[in-house]
Design a protein around this ligand. Structure first.
Ligand code: GTP
Ligand code: SPV
Ligand code: MN
Length: 629
């Protein structure tokens, strides 16, 4: 058994105190080794939480089915417990920290009885890297411990970085399903223990996380949204950097022909420098797809490589540029809709070493979901473990109950958990540039069926911040709520800003002076989702590479752009693949949009600078409207 080597008093005392409160049967420190990973798998298969998949088709891969009531992040049960309510702001649920500590004491008292408490020391970012940080999660879920193994860098390395008195973010997690009462009366465990009562709690001032009642995703893998976004966004504000819900992508153009040699026989080719693009899109709106984009057939020679798919930590470097890392070690990606056409790199990443959660199971022991390649198998076991049958006439799987109820085979928020290293598209900088990659452009996108053009370059940093602040997008299945409803999701961070959204926007505005004008990334608003008559106007997926190419040409000063009231857009010849309706400016529609955005910014008490940008945009629109009349 692994005995931790740490003399960090704060850590040891905290582990002791949490164990005293939660009363697990044993405490196990994780070392992050492969042997340990396999031990966790064994524990979980014995408990019925994991089911081995066909090891020939999916080596080292497993299926988990969650409780049907524990399938996504619970934003309504997520709390920011700052001392003052105004510091949580209008986008967060605030609760008084002292009161919350009492509630938590009550919930966590004895909550791990009969279970093992895993101590999971982890590094967000390469171990010891200049932007990296350490956290420790205490969890009574082996599934969470296993998932942390994939998603973060677990083990002694993180403890070594901590040393005797290093700081770490403490994160306590319990599924809230103890197996014993105070007297030793036992109840049997179940495959997906959880509790109806859920609390996902953050104390931003003391940088602590407490999560109770859920075992799913961002609710439970505390390095991800709770730490790397909610707590880190507060640290970032305090220290002049940024923690964002962004993918990072490397874009390399083809070599260009240089001057021919005097004899005319030798052609010299030079390879232009790559650029790095970050992009914020709300949950389940295409970050993973874009991060893993393949070169389309009509852009030979262009290369796109993955740095990260969900989270970016970005700090100004010594040369003034903004450097970004992906602090994660794995992908926790949306399964439905993923196939060898839409995201071949994700498909390859999950060919092995993957934990699938809430997808369907085929008769030959492989996984299946809506939108995967190939025909519909006649029979599947759905994400809830029920037999379902394909009915072509109904274009649906059905249950053979009295009503022949149509059902989804996989849950819309079913996910794959795969190691980052499995992605063939991974850029070498992911592992060999712990100092991060210089970010030249930032994309903001959302699902907008109308109005918003394919791509618009901001007129200034503040204009770009305004573009991010006013992102609206259709609700997806990544959190509870009504799918399809348009909701505001500023910088795709609405559920993840650990403090007041108005202060967050001010921090974004302040980054202009922190980074300095000559090093500022250029901000773009993009929209892959514009529709007409219910059809997407843009094919999206690999075709998004054309937008990336245009962004590359813009930030490297290689091309002009069309000036519009809303910002700069490509000249028609620059993206000939794009239907002109993708760029149509519906003036009346935008007036309405500005009205709503203005209302929203005022309601959020946005910095005046953002409200001014909106007024300027509106004035440009008036000019256009007059011109058109
Ligand atoms: P989180 O992991 O929840 O933060 O989300 P993500 O942003 O990584 O989402 P992901 O890439 O998994 O989004 C997948 C969804 O976006 C699927 O429904 C895809 O079909 C859809 N999608 C991705 N790219 C495109 C695109 O270019 N066009 C269209 N129409 N849909 C897209
Ligand atoms: C998201 O919802 O943005 C995710 C999935 O990336 S989760 O980790 O569950 O938050
Ligand atoms: Mn996400």
């Amino acid at each position: 058994m692994f005995a931790p080597t740490t003399y960090n008093n704060k850590l040891i005392t905290w582990v002791y105190n949490v164990a005293k409160l939660t009363q697990p049967d044993q405490v196990l420190w994780l070392d992050g080794s492969d042997a340990e990973y396999q031990r966790l798998i064994k524990t979980l298969t014995a408990a019925g939480t994991l089911q081995p998949l066909n090891q020939r088709l999916r080596p080292n891969s497993y299926l988990a089915r969650s409780d049907p009531k524990d399938v996504a992040r619970v934003e309504s049960r997520t709390f920011i417990c700052s001392k003052e309510e105004k510091d949580a702001g209008p986008t967060n649920n605030w609760h008084d920290p002292d009161e919350m500590r009492e509630i938590l004491r009550d919930r966590f008292e004895g909550s791990m009885r009969g279970r093992t408490m895993y101590v999971v020391p982890f590094s967000m970012g390469p171990v010891g890297g200049p932007i990296s940080q350490v956290g420790v999660e205490l969890t009574d879920s082996a599934y969470v411990a296993l998932s942390m193994h994939v998603m973060t860098r677990v083990g002694q390395g993180a403890l070594d970085v901590l040393g005797n008195d290093g700081e770490f973010v403490p994160a306590v997690h319990s599924v809230g399903y103890p197996l014993r009462d105070i007297w030793t009366d036992r109840r049997p465990d179940i495959p997906w223990p959880c509790n109806e009562d859920k609390y996902i709690v953050h104390f931003p001032e003391t940088r602590e996380i407490w999560s109770y009642g859920s075992g799913y995703g961002g609710n439970a893998l505390l390095g991800k949204k709770c730490y790397a976004l909610r707590i880190a966004s507060v640290q970032a504000r305090d220290n002049g950097w940024m923690a964002e819900h962004m993918m990072i992508l490397k874009v390399t153009p083809p070599p260009v022909k240089g001057i021919d040699s005097p004899d005319g026989l030798l052609t010299e080719w030079t390879q232009p420098e790559p650029i790095y693009v970050a992009g914020a899109f709300p949950s389940a709106c295409g970050k993973t797809n874009l991060a893993m984009i393949e070169t389309p057939a009509d852009l030979p020679g262009w290369k796109f490589e993955t740095i990260g798919d969900d989270i970016a930590w970005m700090k100004p470097g010594a040369d003034g540029q903004l450097y970004g890392i992906n602090p994660e070690f794995g992908f926790f990606g949306v399964a439905p809709g993923t196939n060898y056409k839409t995201n071949p790199n994700a498909m390859r990443a999950m060919e092995k070493d993957t934990i699938f959660t809430n997808v369907a199971l085929t008769d030959d022991g492989d996984v299946w979901w809506e939108g995967i390649d190939g025909p519909h198998p006649a029979h599947l076991v759905d994400w809830q473990g029920r037999d379902i049958y394909w009915r072509a006439a109904k274009k649906s799987y059905v249950l053979m109950d009295a009503d022949i109820t149509p059902v989804k085979a996989a849950h819309p928020n079913s996910r794959f958990t795969s190691p980052t290293r499995n992605a063939p598209s991974l850029a070498q900088e992911y592992s060999n540039a712990p100092e991060g990659v210089p970010i030249s452009a930032i994309l903001f996108g959302g699902r907008r069926p109308s109005l918003v053009p394919l791509v618009t370059e901001s007129k200034s940093w503040a204009h770009g911040v305004y573009m991010g602040a006013t992102i609206a997008s259709e609700q997806t299945a990544a959190a509870e709520g009504t799918v399809g409803e348009l909701r505001r999701d500023p910088m795709a961070m609405k559920p993840f800003i650990g403090y007041n959204v108005a202060d967050y926007w001010q921090h974004w505005l302040d980054m202009e002076t922190i980074i300095g004008e000559s090093n500022l990334p250029v901000i773009y608003r993009v929209n892959w989702f514009r529709q007409e008559d219910g059809e997407f106007l843009w094919p999206g997926f690999t075709q998004n590479a054309h937008v990336l190419k245009w962004v590359y040409e813009r930030v490297t000063g290689k091309t002009h752009a069309l000036v519009t009231p809303l910002g700069l857009t490509p000249l028609p010849a620059q993206i000939p693949q794009a239907d002109e309706r993708l760029f149509k400016v519906d003036v009346q529609g935008w007036f309405k949009e500005h009205e709503l955005s203005g209302e929203y910014l005022r309601k959020m008490n946005a910095p005046k600078a953002l409200q001014r940008v909106l007024t300027d945009d509106d004035a440009s629109l008036v000019a256009l409207a007059l011109h058109e009349d």
